[in-house]
Design a protein around this ligand. Sequence first.
Ligand SMILES: [Zn+2]
Ligand SMILES: [Zn+2]
Length: 384
Amino acid sequence: MPKIKESRLSTRSRKERTSIPYARGFHLPTRKRCLEALAGKHEQELDKEYDSTGDFFQSIPKPSSIDDWLAQYNETGQTYQQFLDECPWLSKRKLKYVRHTFNSTGTTLQEKYPEGKIYLLPLGEFDGETTPRFSDLAEYARLFYDVPVEILPPVKLVVTGDKVVWEDTLDAKELTRNPRASRSSTRTTHYQLLSRFDSKTGHYQLQINSVLYKLRQIIPNDSICVMALTMSELYDESTDLFVAGMAAGNQRVGAFSFSRYNPTLNFSYEFWYKVYREDVKMSTTEQRRVMLQRSCKLLVHEIAHLLGVDHCIWYSCCMNGSGHLKEDFEQSMHLCPVDLRKLQTLCGFNMVERYEGLMRFYRAHGLSEEEEWVRNRLQFITKS
Ligand SMILES: [Zn+2]
Ligand SMILES: [Zn+2]
C-alpha cells in the first residue's frame, strides 16, 4: 500500500467550460464492467445486499471542473476480486511490523487479528463550538466497520512564536503494555513538529510527514491503524495551499485535518495563510452538523484506504477520490455495492445490523438525507 495523499485543492473560480474531459485514458465503466467488478466473471447470483438496481447507486458524475479528480487521474478502479488478492489484511501471512496475535486460519480481520483496534488520536484542540466531538467520530467508525475503535489520550499542540510542539503526557506503546500506566506515571514528552508560520495572520500549518513520523513512534502494539485527527492545518510541499491529510498504508498511520470543513469559512487559492469567514447565516447547530458529516465521511474513507480499499470508479460512493473541497462535499456518505462487499468480507459485519446502527447515528445527529437513504436501503434488502 503506497502513501495516499489527499490534496483537496481550494476550488478555483475559473470560467466553467461546457465539457471537461476525463483524464487521458480514463473510460467510465459500463454497467457490465461494474457488475463484473462486484461479482467476478463466474459468480452467478449475489445476495440482495449487493443488488445495484433501483436508484440507490448513481454512476460517478462527469467532471465539471478541470480540478476534479477524474479530470486529473486515469484511475483503473479496484474490483472485488483484486481486493481479495491484494489486501494485506486478508493475507495468510502476518502483516509486517504488526505485534499482536495473528491467526492464519481466520477469514476476517478480527479473526486474523483478534486484538486489533483502530485508534483515533486527538491532535490539538477539539473543543470549538462547531468542532465534531471525538466520541461521535469514534462511534461512527465503529458502526461503519464493526471493528473496535479507541480514542488515545489527546496530544497538545503548544504554539510558541513560530514553533509548534507536540506535547503528550503518555507513551501509547506503554499504555498497551501496561494499561494502568496512565495513572501511575505521567511522563510528558516534547517534540517539535516541522511547520510554517505567517506572522501577519498568525496562521500556521503542520508539515504532514513530521506528524506521521511522530505517529509511527507511538503506534500502540495492538493497533490496526492510528489516525491522528486535527483542527490545525496540514501541508506537504511548500507549494501546497494545504493538504487534507495523508495515510501511509504500510506503516498503518494517517493524519487528517478537518480545519477546512467549516461551512462558514472560505480560502484563498493563492496564499495558504489566507482564510476568510463568510457572512453565512447558519446556526451553530447547523454548522456542527455539516462539520460532523464531512469529518465522518473523510474518516471512514481514510480508514478504508488503510484497510486496502482503493478509490472507487464504479458508482457514486464514499470511496470516490476528490480533487478539491467542493467535490469532496458533494460526495456520497454511502458505500457502493463493490466496496461494501470488500469491507463486509474483510470485517465480517452483519449487513442489517450495520445499516440499523448507521441509521440511528444519522437520526441522532440530524443527518436526515443519509438516514432516509439507509432506511430505504434496509427496506429494499429485507423485503423478500
Ligand atoms: Zn482517498
Ligand atoms: Zn465504491
